[in-house]
Design a protein around this ligand. Structure first.
Ligand code: NAG
Ligand code: NAG
Length: 383
């Protein structure tokens, strides 16, 4: 009865080993092991789409500090600064094409926007906010897994040659770009359907009243940008009315992007995620976890500690474009104390439609504005 024994041998020894082997293989290829890479074999491309003073530096840092991410902040700044006589509408295709090239790690696109001659990493706008440009292969002085502040990086890694930017980019599974220089989704549609890209969009919005207040503190920084946003209209607007016209343009564009995203075909719709800055600062760990999950990145333990640190005021500091060190939740509400109520009322009027859509509730009196117990955020039903 040898064949019976062989059969038993098969059942008791060989089969379990096979099952084990299959499970092992499945584990190696499972979404939790290499998430972003399941649909296509190439890298994942993520655009953080936002507006000025809306917390996008913070969200940018959340990605930049991740050891699987190559991050650049505002590469399209170079387009706007070089072609500064154009309007946002005139420059949008140049911005789109630059973004596409950068996603593909083709940094020759900057040839059109940088001076000839010897280029360094530091020729790139805000290069030091990219942890990837502060660690190998771009700079040998830190480790990829380090949390690297821009101040330290700037001192130690600025002289590295420019060609390392592209080389570094190619060594990552995720390329993440942050841009405030898109004003509609239509411009981005061809990138969403581009077979050489795996584009995911994180649309970050913030309460227009907080944006308005924050913009008042950074007027000088935003001077050139304002001109481009408003185009030829700009000089015709009285200076005291300018901030309101800008807010109107910003609220309208944020609304348009959100509404256009709802109309995308299902396969593209799932590559769009809306997030409100206020939700993020209210519960940073939960929402950071969602952001990472959306693009298939693991929320590593040292990043969990770091996110808790920086949102509780133990972070980085100073400059208007740095991730803020103050208690993020306080910052989110600061407009309620410092803005005069008549200005708040005017912003609410101008931005009514987008506020309704994104769940920002108006304050109807100065008393409600100053009373921080009055909740101004309704739960957002994301379709
Ligand atoms: C978090 O903050 C503590 C206390 O300031 C500090 O010792 C630690 O290094 C920080 N960790 C990270 C990952 O930022
Ligand atoms: C502040 O708002 C809360 C919630 O609406 C209310 O219960 C409280 O009485 C208000 N405080 C003042 C001083 O008006």
């Amino acid at each position: 009865m040898i064949w019976v024994n062989k059969g038993r041998l098969l059942v008791f020894l060989v089969l379990p080993s096979l099952v084990f082997l299959l499970l092992l293989l499945q584990q190696l290829h499972s979404p939790s092991h290499c998430p972003g890479l399941t649909e296509t074999s190439g890298p994942m491309h993520v655009l953080i789409l936002s507006s000025w003073r809306s917390g996008s530096s913070f969200v940018g840092q959340v990605f930049s500090q991740h050891p699987d991410v190559f991050y650049l902040m505002e590469p399209a700044w170079h387009v706007w600064m070089t072609l500064s006589s154009g309007s946002a509408g005139q420059l949008q295709m140049a911005v789109r094409d630059l973004i596409r090239s950068v996603f593909l790690c083709d940094m020759t696109v900057f040839d059109a926007y940088m001076a000839q001659g010897l280029r360094k990493q530091s020729s790139l706008f805000m290069w030091e906010t990219s942890r990837a440009l502060c660690s190998p292969p771009a700079c040998p002085l830190f480790k990829r897994e380090d949390i690297i502040t821009s101040a330290k990086c700037k001192i130690l890694c600025g002289k590295q040659p420019f060609n390392l930017v592209g080389e570094a980019c190619k060594s990552y599974s995720h390329v993440v770009l942050k841009e405030v220089r898109f004003f509609n989704l239509k411009t981005l549609q061809s990138l969403l359907t581009d077979p050489s890209l795996n584009l995911h969009i994180i649309h970050l919005v913030r309460d227009p009243r907080a944006v308005f207040r924050s913009r008042q503190n950074t007027k000088e920084n935003l001077k050139y940008d304002n001109h481009i946003v408003m185009g030829s209209q700009w000089d015709k607007i009285k200076s005291e009315a300018q901030p309101y016209h800008l807010m109107k343009a910003i609220c309208q564009s944020q609304q348009e992007i959100y509404e256009a995203a709802q109309l995308l075909p299902a396969s593209l719709r799932e590559r769009y995620l809306l997030i409100r800055y206020e939700d993020l600062v209210q519960d940073p760990l939960t929402h950071t976890s969602k952001l990472y999950e959306f693009v298939g990145l693991p929320f590593l333990p040292h990043l969990q500690i770091w996110v808790r640190n920086i949102t509780q005021g133990k972070g980085m500091g100073g400059h208007a474009f740095d991730t803020n060190s103050r208690n993020a939740q306080n910052v989110a509400q600061a407009w309620r104390r410092s803005l005069p109520h008549d200005e708040v009322a005017q912003v609410q009027k101008i931005c009514k439609d987008s506020m309704d859509l994104m769940g920002y509730l108006p304050v109807l009196s100065e008393k409600d504005q100053r009373n921080l117990s009055v909740n101004l955020l309704s739960t957002l039903e994301i379709p």
